[in-house]
Design a binder for this molecule. Structure first.
Ligand code: MN
Length: 263
């Protein structure tokens, strides 16, 4: 099956603090592994990008893979973290430099249960053009609402960063943008999307990328008609209620690809 024993380049190696908590739901952890594979298979993440889920019994903890490509994540690769972004079960393994995206959003938004961060291809152009915004053009993307805010790292960390969300301070500044939106673009970097479940966050990450592609294509043809806020709300209520359907399809497809990869 999918596995990866290689070490991440430029990864942080942190000492564990505290004790891992017992009894996270096995089904939840299975779903997190599945989410990693689906996001890779759907082209949302490549070697980079990550997905997390809040601990189902300890809201002050969350799970994220160790530093590795999402498409190769297994149950053994999941690491538990505190909301300060500190690992409690890394056992010396390297962890993602950008884990503070997840820790600070979970801290700022108690309703959020899952977070997807990616550099998906069609999103990045919309993060770098002054005045441009990711806006919803079709009914699968109502969660984008009136338009995704863009996080400008220079406002908090100056004009000479690597653009990574590499500490709690930058993570907290990013998380503030989620008070007004469930998706935030990050200038010159990518996007982060949240949901009240792994399935919803994955669904939104897949359709955010598709919406961005459609929006870029439509803009070349002329004036674009975007969804109204009322249409967005109705689409979230109705269309996202069916997210189990794509999840099962995407999972089947990801498993076929995963099983085809030799160790
Ligand atoms: Mn990133």
């Amino acid at each position: 099956m999918c596995s990866d024993d290689s070490e991440g380049v430029g990864a942080a190696s942190e000492l564990d603090i505290g004790e891992p908590s017992a009894n996270a739901s096995p089904a939840l952890l299975d779903e997190l592994v599945a989410a990693n594979h689906i996001l890779f298979d759907q082209g949302v993440v490549d070697a980079f990008g990550h997905v997390s889920v809040r601990h189902d019994k300890r809201p002050d903890r969350f799970f994220l893979a160790r530093n590795m490509a999402p498409g190769r994540v297994t149950l053994d690769d999941l690491v538990e973290f505190t909301l300060d972004g500190e690992p409690v079960s890394a056992n010396g393994r390297k962890v993602y430099l950008e884990r503070f995206i997840h820790s600070e959003i979970f801290k700022a938004r108690p309703d959020v249960q899952a977070v997807v961060h990616s550099h998906s291809h069609s999103i990045v152009p919309l993060s770098v053009v002054s005045g441009a915004r990711l806006r919803p053009v079709f009914h699968m993307a109502g969660f984008i609402g009136s338009g995704a805010p863009v996080f400008e790292i220079r406002e908090v960390a100056g004009d000479a960063t690597d653009l990574l969300i590499s500490n709690s301070e930058i993570g907290a500044a990013l998380a503030q943008h989620f008070t007004q939106s469930d998706i935030v673009l990050m200038r010159g970097h990518g996007s982060t999307v949240v949901g009240d479940s792994i399935k919803r966050a994955v669904y939104r990450a897949v359709y955010a990328e598709l919406n961005a592609r459609y929006q870029l294509q439509a803009l070349q043809l002329g004036d674009v008609t975007f969804l109204t806020e009322g249409e967005c709300r109705a689409c979230v209520d109705r269309v996202e209620g069916q997210m189990q359907r794509p999840w099962e399809l995407w999972l089947d497809k990801a498993r076929i690809r995963c099983e085809a990869v030799p160790n």
